[in-house]
Design a protein around this ligand. Structure first.
Ligand SMILES: Cc1cc2nc3c(=O)[nH]c(=O)nc-3n(C[C@H](O)[C@H](O)[C@H](O)COP(=O)(O)OP(=O)(O)OC[C@H]3O[C@@H](n4cnc5c(N)ncnc54)[C@H](O)[C@@H]3O)c2cc1C
Length: 448
């Protein structure tokens, strides 16, 4: 036999585990694509092994985990051989369809702490807030991974935001982010400590790193998640827009670990900071020599472009859409933004019309924002826009179409023409401000 020829993996057949069936109502039977299951008088499945194709659908729908896949001794030998061949390629069981026993060795929720020369990215702390809920559901520890040069202070900061342990890799070779050094260090830690979940920010750095880590570990990664949860089997449910944002897909990683997800900044709420919280620092040294790293960072030049305003960091955003009709009409929104100490954002339609630069775009292919106040002017509320702003504290929508979907997420909705409503708002704010300053003057002179 040709040893190099790829052996076909046996699929096995489904088998009932005695005493586990709860006679739940025969979903296993109705979901079987081959009609291979009959239900007996006790309500238990009887599997016709001639018909069963080992597709595992019955295993997936069984709420009592009362079914398993059975292999003949010959099939088991083939599986062992394939596993031996694949050893070294995949860190976790990769035999298709088998519920991998080894994934049970993986425990804990990890968050990668992103930073630029020691300045942490806020998304890391937001992920700790989301990670805390996941860790609580799974009853496991919430930990951080801190990699850099003289960055031990970030471990302490991560305790303040809820982590109970930090894995620290601290050496000059990690001073600047480089894919090769960071992904190798993370893979080393994952292989040693086996976390079941690993979260990273969906920033430029996080996207680069998460892809490299997931590829190396041969595990699943869901990018740009808008929701994370744990199901009743302990899987990480990773929700994100799919098919151009027209549906929300929930994805899970069934057979490999860790389960990896990235989340954009401002999607998750910032957890409360408590400086009194303490945690354990696990110092790890990962041996990688500077001369072995191909990429050298010569200089870091910060982007100070003409429009370098970070709308994602603003407390107030006044956003305009196609309803603004022309580039010059955004001056009206600028006046409102100035009155409220805010910045201007926009929909993709406004960018495509050439009225606003792409840096100002809010939404799925723009920025995700979470300001205290978001004012949407002449924006219809397409799902791709909503995913980028619906977590704002207060949403005020101004639209002349009372059926516009933006009103479904709005805290306050104003049905009207932006060119009447916005000037009226500006006047009202100015009048209130003038009155307040008059009152203060009178108070002062009265006191005299
Ligand atoms: C893959 C993909 C990614 C996308 N990513 C994004 C994204 O990141 N961000 C984004 O915004 N979009 C995105 N889009 C586009 C999105 O589907 C919509 O086309 C876009 O958001 C529409 O912008 P709009 O609401 O400004 O325009 P429209 O949908 O045309 O809405 C204009 C609104 O203005 C109102 N209006 C008109 N005149 C006035 C007036 N005088 N006073 C008051 N109201 C008025 C109208 O009633 C209407 O509701 C994406 C699409 C795809 C397919």
């Amino acid at each position: 036999m040709d040893e190099t020829k790829k052996v076909k993996k046996p699929r096995g057949v489904a088998r009932l585990i005695p005493g586990k069936c709860i006679a739940c109502g025969a979903r296993c039977q109705s979901d079987c694509p081959e009609d291979a299951i009959e239900i007996n008088d006790k309500g238990e499945p009887v599997i016709n092994i001639e018909k069963c194709i080992g597709c595992r659908r019955c295993l997936k729908v069984c709420p009592a985990e009362a079914l398993e896949i059975h292999f003949t001794p010959e099939e088991q030998k083939i599986l062992d051989k394939i596993a031996a061949q694949e050893k070294g390629k995949a860190p976790v069981e990769a035999v298709a369809g088998e519920a991998p026993a080894r994934i049970k060795e993986y425990r804990g929720v990890w968050v990668f702490v992103e930073h630029t020369e020691g300045r942490p990215a806020v998304v890391s702390w937001e992920l700790l807030g989301a990670g805390a809920k996941l860790a609580k559901s799974l009853n496991v520890d919430l930990c951080t991974v801190v990699i850099g040069d003289k960055v031990e202070n970030l471990c302490q900061e991560s305790f303040a935001y809820g982590a109970s342990r930090a894995y620290l890799v601290d050496a000059p070779v990690f001073h600047h982010y480089r894919t090769e050094t960071y992904y190798k260090a993370i893979c080393y830690l994952v292989e040693k400590y086996k976390p079941e979940i690993l979260l990273m920010g969906a920033t430029g750095l996080g996207r680069d790193l998460a892809g490299a880590v997931a590829t190396k570990l041969n595990t699943g990664l869901t990018a740009d998640c808008t929701g994370l949860d744990i199901d009743d089997k302990g899987f990480l449910l990773q929700t994100r827009p799919a098919f151009g944002g027209n549906i929300m897909a929930t994805i899970f990683t069934e057979r490999t670990r860790p389960q990896m997800a990235t989340v954009r900044p401002h999607v998750m709420a910032m957890p409360a900071r408590d400086n009194s919280r303490k945690g354990e620092i696990v110092r790890e040294s990962f041996d990688i020599k500077e001369e072995d790293v191909a990429v050298k960072v010569l200089e870091v030049i910060e982007d100070r472009g003409a429009d370098c305003i970070d709308i994602a960091a603003a407390d107030v955003i006044v956003s305009g859409g196609r309803g603004m009709r022309a580039s010059e009409n955004f001056a009206l929104l600028q006046q409102l933004a100035d009155e409220l100490n805010g910045v201007i954002g926009c929909s993709r339609a406004a960018v495509e019309a050439g009225w606003m630069p792409a840096e100002r775009q809010v939404g799925q292919t723009g920025k995700t924002v979470r300001p205290k106040i978001y004012i949407a002017c002449g924006i219809s509320g397409a799902i791709q826009h909503l995913v980028g702003m619906q977590s704002s504290d207060v949403i005020i929508a101004i639209n002349q179409d009372k059926q516009a979907p933006i009103f479904e997420v709005a805290t306050y909705g104003i049905v009207g023409d932006v060119f009447q409503v916005v000037p009226a708002l500006i006047n009202q704010i100015r009048e209130l401000r003038a009155k307040k300053s008059c009152d203060m003057q009178e108070d002062k002179s009265g006191r005299k």
